[in-house]
Design a protein around this ligand. Structure first.
Ligand code: SAM
Length: 245
């Protein structure tokens, strides 16, 4: 197994990933803004725009996996209206605690919060209209399993959407981005979150993740149809979409 660029023993990786998010949870939202210059907000808006949840009440149910502090869920509820259903699932109790706090003012419309592994979702078959995962899937050790779990919990006609860092394919931007990620991000992580090692992992895990085409093939192999992707900011991130038909 690989933890960033370091080889680790069988079964070790998820434990190390969990330590990263336990350590950064309280500073996570602030760090996202600082590191991406606020871009992650636009990318998350793009994800919800592409999902285009119905505005009319119709029991649309979104499952947001690796939902962390609840950024996608909050945007979904804003776009779809408070009456729609949303479930956040994440493996980290520390990240979910931040999510719980965020929705504590509006308990009637708060998302359901479930702790669980993307590769083994504690949820029944064919119950979700949409499945989203934002900056989550590259942390999962068995990506194939996470994709087949997404397929399992979706209803027929359901939508899969994944927002993830991807591979930059623009000359010059790729060099600048490399310098920024390997030099600046761990330093920022050290200064703001007091934890440069965790941010080193985050950068390395981005480089290990399959590129746009390879990831599309994996999504198709899990059973999804009409697999498409959109690059965001020159491929720094990408949104992949597929349908369970
Ligand atoms: N989706 C949120 C966002 O976009 O702000 C959080 C993304 S954060 C970079 C990654 C999240 O993935 C963390 O909250 C972490 O706990 C979660 N995670 C890591 N491995 C997981 C797994 N196997 N199953 C579910 N969640 C996992």
């Amino acid at each position: 197994e690989q933890f960033g660029f370091t080889a680790v023993g069988e079964g070790q990786r998820q434990k190390l990933v969990n330590q990263v998010f336990a350590r950064v949870a309280s500073r996570y939202d602030l760090m996202n803004d600082l590191m991406s210059g606020g871009l992650h907000r636009l990318w998350k808006d793009d994800l919800i725009n592409w999902l285009a949840p119905p505005r009319t009440p119709n029991d649309f149910h979104l499952l947001d996996v690796a939902g962390g502090t609840g950024d996608i869920a909050a945007r979904f509820l804003k776009a779809a209206g408070d009456d729609e259903c949303c479930t956040i699932c994440d493996i980290s109790p520390e990240m979910l605690k931040v999510a719980q706090k965020r929705f504590s003012d509006t308990p009637a419309h708060a998302p359901r919060i479930v702790s669980g592994d993307a590769a083994n979702l504690p949820l029944p078959d064919e119950t979700m209209d949409a499945y989203t995962i934002a900056f989550g899937i590259r942390n999962v050790t068995e990506i194939d399993k996470a994709l087949s779990e997404a397929y399992r919990v979706l209803k027929t006609g359901g939508r899969f959407l994944c927002l993830e860092f991807s591979h930059v394919d623009v000359p010059l931007l790729d060099t600048i981005y490399d310098q920024y990620s390997f030099k600046a991000i761990p330093v920022l992580g050290g200064l703001v979150a007091g934890d440069s090692e965790s941010y080193k992992y985050l950068v390395e895990s981005i480089r290990n993740f399959p590129d746009q085409e390879d990831f599309s093939t994996m999504i198709g192999d899990a059973g999804f149809a009409q697999v498409r992707y959109r690059n965001l900011t020159g491929g720094i991130a990408a949104i992949h979409s597929g349908w369970k038909l």
